[in-house]
Write a protein that binds this ligand. Structure first.
Ligand code: GAP
Length: 450
């Protein structure tokens, strides 16, 4: 695992994200809102594919996990009981010279402002990361609510309702994907540390004696997940969080880290949180959050393993991993630099692009539109008739489309009946082309993109 950073590569990735419509600065035309991002047409597709795949493998393909879609606005009492209201903070210092607000743990030992170099800094003080708001018209303290800082808490608070309605037996999990908000002191590294982001969290409830084994199980499952979306094991690091850095209630925590161009950084935490959260909510609400064991006739508060991943960080890792520069022939056969996103077809925002060889030949256009219609119900398909075919391939390479399908004169039967109703399928990474019958296209593509 390389610990070297590559700011130039990161700059190219950020610029591609904007140029091709993956990620834009939020409220850009008004100067931008720091730490907040909007996903453009391709970013929205990529993010959706990631979330859909997570939901598929973590919920739909399992008998022991059900889903939840909890509210973002959260009762103050929930976040009081969870400990967030009192302790969810980062240490902040102010530079008295340039007025910058800094995270004390990020300025290193020098105690010097990284912006102006001044040593005139305030003492560190805790800064709570939660965004609060008022619910309803009155402005009294009882109307305070928070934008959730993690999706996990609604899972704990709804534990009993889900248990009673789904009638699951331990071990079982409740999964959720959704927005979370943290007023980060210093958002940075593009979308890596944002103020508004999405999480994919599973709370997997179990008996206390199963906890340590399930912690290992979920770590391995999660590593497999990343490999299945195109992030190789060699680019992932599993950090065993040392005792002194772990939350006091946790019996074991792993951070799954990825080798970003700006350093090896956390993608996901897999934490054994014992019975801490349910116990806290049981105490504070006065409502039992226990599990009744039919066999032993005992009631107890289950323990929980929590794999908690960031959608935005994973999207960023996918883009960083996919970004490549190689060479390909231009229209005249001369080699030129090609920018290509080598996304795994499963998560690629556009799965296939359909091209009529020439746009001024109506039969080619009609046939290409037919091919697009054939594929459309099953995948995101792009149609492009503008410019030389090589240019069109290159545009798709740059957004990571794994398959380019060209309708040409052979397709129309103008070069003999044998090739009638066949198209060329060009594979993005090898640039190899293959002739495929239109009637066999779906069967050929579907297994590679699902
Ligand atoms: N429920 C546990 C929890 O929220 P966390 O380590 O604070 O744990 C889990 O967050 C994941 O959420 C992180 O591994 C990261 O992927 C993502 N995440 C956290 N803060 C983030 C931020 N400011 N911007 C983007 N993603 C963030």
């Amino acid at each position: 695992m390389s610990t070297q950073t590559d700011p130039q590569r990161m700059e190219k990735i950020v610029s591609l994200c904007k140029r091709r419509g993956f990620i834009f600065q939020s409220s850009e035309i008004y100067g931008g809102l720091n730490g907040v991002w909007d996903y453009g047409p391709l970013g929205a597709e990529l993010k959706r594919n990631l979330k859909d795949y997570w939901w598929r493998v973590m919920v739909r393909e399992r008998d022991d996990v059900v889903g939840l879609d909890g509210a973002i606005l959260t009762h103050r009492a929930v976040l009081k009981a969870s400990g967030h209201e009192d302790t969810f903070s980062d240490p902040m210092v102010d530079c008295r010279n340039c007025k910058a607000r800094l995270r004390a743990d990020q300025i290193g030992d020098k105690q010097q402002c990284p912006i102006c170099g001044s040593k005139d800094l305030t003492e560190p003080r805790p800064f709570n990361l939660m965004f609060s708001t008022q619910v309803g018209a009155s402005a009294d303290p009882d109307s305070i609510a928070y934008l959730r800082p993690e999706t996990a808490q609604s899972i704990f608070v709804q534990f009993k309702n889900v248990l009673d309605t789904s009638r699951k037996k331990l071990p079982f999990g409740i999964a959720q994907i959704g927005k979370a908000f943290r007023n980060e002191i210093n958002p940075r590294n593009f979308t890596f540390r944002s103020r508004e982001f999405e999480q994919m969290e599973l709370e997997y409830f179990c008996r206390p004696e199963q906890g340590m084994e399930l912690l290992e199980y979920w770590k391995e499952e999660r590593l497999r997940f990343y490999e299945n979306i195109g992030i190789p094991r060699a680019k992932l690091n599993v950090l065993t969080v040392p005792d002194e850095e772990r939350a006091f209630y946790s019996k074991g925590t792993y951070d799954i880290e990825y080798e970003f161009p700006f350093g090896v950084q956390e993608l996901e935490g897999v934490a054994y949180r014992t019975d801490y959260d349910l116990t806290q909510h049981q105490k504070a609400s006065g409502k039992p959050l226990e599990y009744f064991d039919d066999e032993t006739k005992q009631r107890f508060v289950p323990h929980v393993i929590e794999p908690s991943a960031g959608v935005d960080r994973t999207v960023l890792a996918l883009i960083c991993e996919a970004y490549a520069e190689d060479s390909a022939p231009d229209e005249k056969g001369k080699m030129e630099t090609r920018i290509v996103l080598r996304f795994h077809p499963r998560i690629a925002p556009v799965k296939a692009a359909v091209f009529p060889l020439l746009k001024n030949k109506p039969e080619l256009v009609t046939k290409a539109r037919e091919v697009q219609q054939l594929l459309r119900p099953h995948m995101n398909v792009f149609y492009d008739e503008g410019g030389a075919i090589g240019r069109r391939y290159r545009r798709q390479d740059e957004i990571g489309t794994p398959f380019g399908i060209t309708v040409d004169f052979e397709t129309l039967g103008e070069r003999g009946d044998e090739l009638r109703d066949t198209v060329t399928v060009r594979e993005r990474d090898s640039m190899k082309q293959d002739r495929v019958k239109i009637s066999e296209l779906l069967a050929r593509l579907l297994p590679m993109i699902t």
